[in-house]
Design a protein around this ligand. Structure first.
Ligand code: PCG
Length: 153
């Protein structure tokens, strides 16, 4: 179903305000604003679980999220960062093997705009900063460890 016009224009406004998307033509942003889904989370709720499969990309519309990563089941999750309105996450699983490389939880009430794989490709196909975002704490070995830890549970 198409997004209502008022919501579509609010979504478009948010997409336009995201620094990474500022070079994108209006028609691309408008098409994405038309198909994305709004989702709501409460305090401490998981938005993404490390090791799960996923094929969606999230843009924060309201609130803040916390990103953590567990190197092994015996270790405590390591705090990586917090992200806020206008920031995005979830691109790693869309670039690789669909496996989430970190957990993301809501800090208070959070609203996200969720973009599916096809729209993500449309939106970010030509954006270097989304496609090659480096995370210093990550390497391929850590990713494989994370996968084996979570799949063996
Ligand atoms: P994804 O799909 O692996 O799901 C978890 C998301 O957390 C990840 O994509 C990134 O978008 C986001 N994230 C933010 N900071 C970091 C970080 O330092 N490392 C990792 N792995 N993910 C991060």
């Amino acid at each position: 179903m198409r997004t209502g016009l008022i919501k579509q224009s609010l979504y478009l406004e948010l997409l336009r305000s995201v620094p990474s998307f500022q070079s994108l033509p209006e028609d691309v942003l408008s098409k994405v604003a038309d198909v994305l889904e709004e989702t709501h989370y409460s305090e401490s709720e998981y938005i993404i679980r490390q090791g799960a499969t996923g094929d969606t990309f999230f843009i924060i519309s309201q609130g803040q999220v916390r990103v953590t990563r567990q190197k092994s089941t015996s270790e405590e999750p390591e705090f990586l960062t917090t992200l806020t309105r206008g920031e995005w996450f979830g691109e790693q699983a869309l670039k690789g093997e669909d496996v989430r490389t970190a957990s993301v939880t809501a800090l208070g009430r959070v609203t996200c705009l969720v973009v599916d794989r096809e729209s993500f490709m449309h939106l970010t196909g030509g954006l270097d900063d989304v496609n090659s975002k480096p995370y210093e704490s990550d390497d391929i070995k850590a990713k494989l460890e994370a996968e084996s830890v979570f799949f063996s549970c």
